[in-house]
Design a protein around this ligand. Structure first.
Ligand code: G6P
Length: 582
């Protein structure tokens, strides 16, 4: 949540920072701002998308140092005053995170007059106050974690040293990097790739001092550290939209390729899957779509491996009694590897049970905290609503379930999968999207694994088209929700499980009898004629990887509905891709 991008170097800073912020906009886009140095510190901020800020700034300004921010509001509404950077006394800073004890701190900082409603401004005052006492910013930043509760990644300019940028982090991600032209701070790696593929990961409580040609990193005891430099192993092409109108569409179409990249190392025995048979129970913990992928994992693990599996939303799990022991495996699923609630859950349980991460971003915070990690090779995902990363998570969970079961005939299933994914992607789902684009409520129903898909379908549609959709267990409809079905209510019914087919069709008929218009999604082998649907989508069968095929029309329907409604598909309102606050 919130993106930070700072630069000091030989080149003009403003275009570099604005470009960096553009690639971080997925982290928040309700306001943005920049502070840059000429003979003084200048601050420009604006409400709304980054383009609003860009319109206000002269990109040619003679400045070679600046700190930038794109915001997802937590404390205080998204307006110009609350936008970052915040300036108090000698300190100007940008912040990603949440200061939990900001009210307490504010009471101790009575000498300051606050302009904004943010927790960040309190931090600016606190740092300024400590700085006035010691005039040693490194020392002040090293002390910060003793005084501040919550999470922060900070980019800071100090009035007395306009040739430097300082950074510190706790809980929120931050990388530093150096190119031939200068040094950078960013909230993620892709943001610096135009300049260099080399980067350093900052750990909690480490402090970075950046000048135009040097980076020095200190630990909290003020010792200089010799940190490892990583090289990004993806491609800069990942950042391009190519010929697609939206990143989301591009990422949907990338699914055959990235699923292949994710599964092949395991199918070729180049990498090993975990032995989960030794555990008595499994917990899967995640947020958003990763939670929905976890639900699919539960169905498959319970079906193939007969291990009791529970899936929990991370923000709930972190405050529950978890009932874990050494015979429990907790699997954490996260595309970004930075989701604050998921990360907090890893920290909470990791000393009492085995932990496994299914993560997309290499060396992200969750990947570094878990005992074992499997990387999904989804590549860079830019659209806020996840598609390909979700599918790679499902692919890995399917394979884990299968490898830990008794019967194996995996290669055929896999060969068919990639061909069939390409086939399903070729179909045109625009007619179905047209049918529902003007509705204000939609139901997704299914049983078992199809219910998990219904949840993901409903979330996708809500996220990007703002249609109020709900997912329901088909058999549960009659216990309340069916009262909302009326003439012309659209019901998307998913039926891919042979065992549950007849039961679900009975539930579909119950909605039809009350006037619903049914879009029926099923597989070739389960297909049958009938008067219980209005539109039918037929998907090839695949025993193990069925969900990966079924989700494609569901994703594309959501995409085309959002497009027909003229929504900002890649950046839906109020959302952010990487949620680094609680
Ligand atoms: C946000 C995104 C979702 C994502 C969820 C979990 O809400 O908008 O698409 O599923 O976070 O993110 P993670 O990076 O942990 O998978």
């Amino acid at each position: 949540m919130c993106g930070i991008y700072c630069y000091v170097g030989k080149k003009k800073a403003i275009p570099i920072i604005l470009e960096g912020l553009a690639s971080l906009e997925y982290r928040g886009y309700d306001s943005s701002g920049i502070a840059y140095v000429t003979d003084k510190i200048n601050i420009i901020k604006e409400k709304g998308k980054l383009s609003n800020l860009i319109n206000l700034i002269d990109k040619n300004t003679d400045t070679y140092l600046g700190i930038g921010h794109t915001r997802w509001a937590t404390h205080g509404s998204p307006n110009k005053i609350n936008a970052h950077p915040h300036q108090q006394g000698s300190i100007t800073l940008v912040h990603n995170g949440i200061i939990e004890n900001y009210q307490e701190l504010k009471k101790l900082l009575t000498e300051y007059s606050f302009k904004s409603e943010t927790d960040t401004e309190v931090l600016a005052c606190l740092i300024d106050k400590l700085y006035q006492e010691s005039h040693n910013i490194i020392k002040v930043l090293a002390k910060l974690s003793e005084l501040v509760k919550g999470s922060y990644a900070l980019g800071i300019i100090v009035n007395d040293d306009l040739n430097s940028i300082y950074a510190v982090k706790k809980g929120s991600p931050l990388i530093v990097a150096k190119s031939d032209d200068g040094t950078f701070i960013a909230s993620d790696i892709p943001a610096i790739l135009k300049h260099t593929d080399k980067y350093i990961l900052l750990n909690d409580n480490e402090i970075a001092h950046l000048t135009k040609d040097n980076i020095t990193i200190y630990n909290e005891r003020l010792n200089i550290l010799n940190k490892k430099t990583y090289t990004y192993n993806g491609s800069i092409e990942d950042i391009s939209k190519q010929d697609y109108e939206h990143y989301m569409l591009k990422e949907i179409y990338e699914q055959p390729e990235v699923i292949k990249n994710t599964l092949l190392p395991f199918l070729n025995n180049k990498q090993k899957l975990p032995n989960i048979k030794k555990y008595q129970k499994i917990h899967i913990v995640a947020c958003g779509s990763a939670y929905h992928a976890g639900l699919i994992g539960k169905y498959l693990i319970e079906k193939y491996c007969h291990i009791e599996t529970k899936v929990e939303i991370a923000s709930e799990y972190r405050y529950q009694n978890n009932f874990i022991n050494k015979k429990t495996l907790v699997i954490f699923i996260s595309q970004s590897g930075e989701t604050a609630d998921t990360l907090a859950c890893v920290k909470k349980v990791k000393n009492n049970c085995d932990t496994l991460g299914i993560i997309n971003v290499i060396d992200s915070s969750i990947a570094r905290e878990v005992k074992d990690v499997i990387y999904t090779n989804a590549g860079l995902e830019i659209a806020v609503a996840t598609t390909k990363a979700y599918s790679c998570q499902v692919a890995i969970l399917s394979l884990i379930a299968y490898y830990n079961s008794k019967t194996k005939n995996i290669i055929n299933e896999f060969d068919n999968l990639i061909n069939d994914l390409n086939k399903v992607l070729k179909n045109d789902y625009r007619k179905i999207a047209d049918l529902i684009k003007d509705d204000e409520k939609i139901f997704y129903i299914g049983r078992g694994i199809d219910y998990a898909l219904a949840l993901e379908g409903s979330l996708k549609l809500k996220e990007i088209s703002y249609i109020n959709s709900v997912a329901y267990q088909a058999g549960e409809l009659k216990h309340g929700t069916i009262s909302l079905i009326e003439n012309n209510t659209k019901v998307i019914a998913i039926v891919t499980d042979k065992e549950l087919k007849d039961k679900t069709i009975s539930n579909i008929k119950e909605t039809k009898a009350r006037g619903a218009k049914v879009i029926y999604i099923t597989t070739t082998s389960l297909d049958e004629e009938g008067d219980f649907y209005d539109e039918k989508i037929i998907i090839p069968d695949n025993k193990l990887f069925q969900s990966l095929l079924t989700i494609i029309p569901i994703q594309l329907i959501a995409y085309y509905v959002a497009k027909a409604r003229n929504c900002d598909i890649d950046k839906p309102k109020n959302l952010a891709k990487s949620v680094t606050v609680e």
